[in-house]
Design a protein. Structure first.
Length: 308
């Protein structure tokens, strides 16, 4: 079983419009509603790959009820903790003419100390039997900034490999707790290390405590600093579409490869192909299976010389 944690879940709304024009009214051509938040996106992709997946985190209020009803229609098992405050919504507006996406994210409910205690107990119990755990996304109001570091330590104590995918101070503190893998994007990596050189930043981030750092470089693919060496993986050509959730699919690919015990080049190929196939999907947490199968053998993976 793979456990995913989404502390700031959401109901994701995707609006598709012919063209997005500031200060104008728009006719929406398509509305899609899905359970969201980074960890839930990861969970749905993992389930689509055939992995038994359990999702925990928080959900509450009328929005949370909608999220849980929608989650029940998927293979992902619901282990969310109820909150008094309502789950947030996110709105993605897709300009179908250009393919650009505008994202609006609500902050999420304030989580109480009692609710955090209930979650921590549930998380500890779920670690028993987990093959791996992913800690994903932002922290909702009320949760202390070192929460992910605390959860990383609990997973390590239980002997469960842990992946961390967050940003800012939660990432800075979480990486110091020595997770097995972190997956920042280029902006998050630059904020953490102070440099925008991808290779230097990735290696420096690994030196801060993570066993492996896989940096997402957008359409250029992934850069991985692992105990076995440095690797670059890129799609055969750029893919145009909606990039929302592409990084979450990469996380799912990395976790899938981890629990399957595949070598790093194969893990990175899986992650890049899934990410690219997600760009062609209308919503986060889904990927185009045909595109994934076509891209998988064509992903370019090359080992980098380990220069200082």
């Amino acid at each position: 079983m793979i456990l995913t944690v989404t502390l700031n879940t959401a109901v994701d709304l995707t609006y598709r419009v012919p063209a997005l024009t500031p200060h104008a009214s728009h006719r929406v051509t398509q509305v899609i509603e899905r359970p969201g938040g980074k960890g839930l996106n990861v969970a749905r992709v993992l389930a689509a790959l055939g992995h038994e997946t359990v999702a925990t985190g928080f959900a509450g209020g009328a929005t949370g009820a909608v999220l849980r009803e929608q989650l029940a229609a998927t293979p992902v098992r619901d282990a969310l903790v109820e909150t008094a405050g309502p789950t947030r919504r996110t709105v993605a507006i897709v300009d179908t003419a250009s393919g650009d996406t505008t994202q609006l994210n609500e902050p999420g409910p304030t989580v109480t100390t009692a609710e955090w205690t209930v979650f921590r107990t549930r998380f500890t119990a779920l670690l028993d039997g987990a093959a791996a755990v992913a800690l994903c996304g932002s922290l909702p109001p009320g949760i202390h900034v070192g929460a992910y570091a605390e959860l990383v330590r609990l997973a390590r104590t239980a002997g469960v490999p842990v992946l961390l995918d967050t940003s800012g101070e939660p990432l800075r503190r979480g990486i110091a707790a020595r997770p097995d893998l972190v997956k920042p994007n280029a902006d998050e990596l630059a904020q953490l290390t102070g440099t925008r050189d991808p290779l230097r930043a990735t290696r420096e981030a690994r030196g801060r405590g993570a066993r492996t750092v896989v940096s997402s470089l957008g359409p250029e693919g992934l850069l991985a600093a692992t105990p076995e060496g440095l690797w670059r993986a890129a799609p055969p050509s750029p893919v145009k579409g909606n990039p929302t959730g592409a990084g979450d699919s990469a996380v799912a690919g990395l976790l899938s490869g981890l629990v399957d015990g595949t070598p790093w080049p194969d893990r990175l190929s899986r992650a890049v192909a899934l990410s690219a196939a997600t760009v062609l999907s209308p919503v986060a947490g889904e990927f185009d299976p045909k595109t994934y199968e076509e891209l998988l053998p064509r992903v370019r993976v090359a080992e980098e010389p380990d220069r200082p």
